[in-house]
Design a protein around this ligand. Sequence first.
Ligand SMILES: Nc1ncnc2c1ncn2[C@@H]1O[C@H](COP(=O)(O)OP(=O)(O)O)[C@@H](O)[C@H]1O
Ligand SMILES: [Mg+2]
Length: 299
Amino acid sequence: MSRSLDLPSYLDQSKGVADRFEKLRNRPVKLKVEDLGKKFNTPKGEILALNKINLQIHRREFITVIGPSGCGKTTLIRILAGLDFPTSGKVLLEGRKMEGPGAERGMVFQDYTLFPWLSVKKNVMFGPEIKGLGTLKAEAEAMEWLEMVGLAKFADAYPGQLSGGMKQRVAIARSLANRPEILFLDEPFGALDAQTRSSMQAYLLKIWQNVDVTVFFVTHDLDEAVYLSDRILVLRANPGEIDELIEVPVPRPRDPGQFLTPEFLATKKRLEELIRPPESAQNEGIPMIRLTEMGDEVE
Ligand SMILES: Nc1ncnc2c1ncn2[C@@H]1O[C@H](COP(=O)(O)OP(=O)(O)O)[C@@H](O)[C@H]1O
Ligand SMILES: [Mg+2]
């Protein structure tokens, strides 16, 4: 392909980008993962879903995990969010060993997890009210978060009346209303069409710019990973291990015009190399099935 001829290396960083990463590395470590492993016992035997994962995430970093299906992305995010436990190694939250979920960690899943019997506003108020904030204060906070995700007008609607993208924005607002220090999102935009997805990415970047929150994001969309992230953690499967941790050389603030810049394409090309197996392996063992009549080849 000709495009690879004149692309820079994804390792090249402009001075501005290099300075940003230098600053990022000097921020306090929010989450530290040490030699983390996770085994599952299944009827078919033991699965090593994660093996020797070591990682440090800094305050207000936007980190994304990418990798083939089954490489352990969901297992990792669930453990870091406190919804599951490692079978070896440990997770430290600001230096303290983590036990179970906590209000300082919020989670957004791909499936919409709103309470269908509560209005949009009541869904967002839920966390603050549980924390003991009075109804009026909880309502004021909920409205601020709904404003941030562009849904203040829909405060009195019910989840069933909203589109998928809107529901997911409410889910993000509901998580943020608990004031998490880290927001975990597992393929949150995976079920949305391309256009909605790109507006969701813009909302998420805006939120991250305006709120003091560290973001841990899982996707299998290469463009999404490059567009959003400071660093991308690439996992490989069987066992789930770190393949590479990439510093994204695309300057911030990000905008969709950057999708075709050399540094964006160079990073995407690197992800493709890591995630797509070499062609010889791809063709192995896959039977060729002809769905056309003989003689109508399209060469
Ligand atoms: N609760 C479980 N019990 C048994 N095996 C599991 C369980 N959860 C995940 N696995 C296995 O662990 C591996 C990683 O799964 P997962 O974290 O869901 O991957 P990903 O999210 O990257 O697709 C897969 O082989 C999967 O089958
Ligand atoms: Mg998953």
